[in-house]
Design a protein around this ligand. Structure first.
Ligand code: TYD
Length: 255
């Protein structure tokens, strides 16, 4: 049996860290494992990533629907040429750092493109190559953006010119308004509610190792064909449909 796992979440939620830790653990356990990152990985994906980043001048800013198609084009190439063939191998596990749900959350809920149209585009791009399991690293945008800023200060001077260019280009999303990031977060939570069997909700404020242990337990259960099914919540997972208490309080305070 093969397994396709995606990691989703807002800026600074730590999904790339969890994806890498899971990749290492799976590979130590002897599974053929492939980690991909969206947008990127294929030559077309990397080309589109470069273009998406080059939006520093006003005239370079890509329109919302063109942006939707660029992410979809990168995904179509990745799904057909990389993910699907790899999953055909026995016992293979593909991990994707962002996938189709990023488009629903960012272009759909964030940029407010009609969700039924997003669904059609996602279906065209993935051609049925969809995750069996999706981890949502849920974090308030305030905390996520603060983490990114702290990380930047820490890493200042250590990154290569290319890494800096990549980071600065992708700031287009980080620099969106808080309202945009709140829509993205709420969009993710809605997606999890709609498909509780596929999604696992994680409180991204918890320590990295605790989160990695929960992720590993879920993935192992899937590999043994004993997924928790989303209804009986395993220790460490948040019940889907419930917002972490702190944020619920903050939201009420703000009205
Ligand atoms: P990236 O530098 O890869 O950051 P991250 O670590 O957050 O994945 O930037 C990817 C950005 O692209 C991120 O802000 C989310 C956005 N994005 C979309 O808007 N739609 C999509 O379909 C995907 C895959 C990403």
């Amino acid at each position: 049996m093969s397994l396709f796992v995606s990691f989703e979440g807002g800026e600074g939620s730590g999904k790339s860290t969890q994806a890498k830790l899971l990749r290492d653990r799976l590979s130590e356990a002897g599974h053929p494992v492939l980690l991909v990152h969206e947008p990127g990985t294929t030559p077309l994906g990397l080309y589109l990533r470069e273009r998406l980043k080059r939006q520093t001048r006003q005239e370079d800013i890509i329109s919302p629907s063109a942006e939707l198609f660029l992410f979809a084009a990168a995904r179509a190439e990745l799904a057909a040429k990389v993910i699907k063939p790899f999953l055909a191998r026995r016992g293979a596990v593909v991990l994707s750092d962002r996938y189709m749900d990023s488009t629903t959350a960012y272009q759909g809920h964030g940029r407010r493109i009609d969700l039924s149209k997003i669904q059609v585009v996602n279906e065209l791009a993935t051609q049925g190559t969809v995750p069996d399991l999706t981890f949502l690293l849920d974090l308030s945008p305030e905390d996520g953006l603060a983490r990114i800023r702290a990380k930047l200060t820490l890493e200042q001077g250590k990154e290569t010119a290319h890494q800096r260019q990549d980071r600065e280009g992708m700031r287009r999303f980080e620099e969106e308004t808080l309202a945009f990031h709140r829509r993205v977060r709420d969009g993710y939570l809605k997606l999890a509610q709609q498909e509780p069997v596929r999604w696992r909700l994680l409180d991204a404020t918890r320590p990295v190792d605790d989160l990695a242990a929960v992720v590993w337990a879920e993935v192992e259960a899937h590999l043994r064909r004993e997924p928790s099914g989303g209804e009986d919540v395993q220790p460490g997972l948040m019940p889907i449909g419930e917002r972490p208490p702190d944020d619920a309080a903050k939201k009420t305070r703000k009205g």
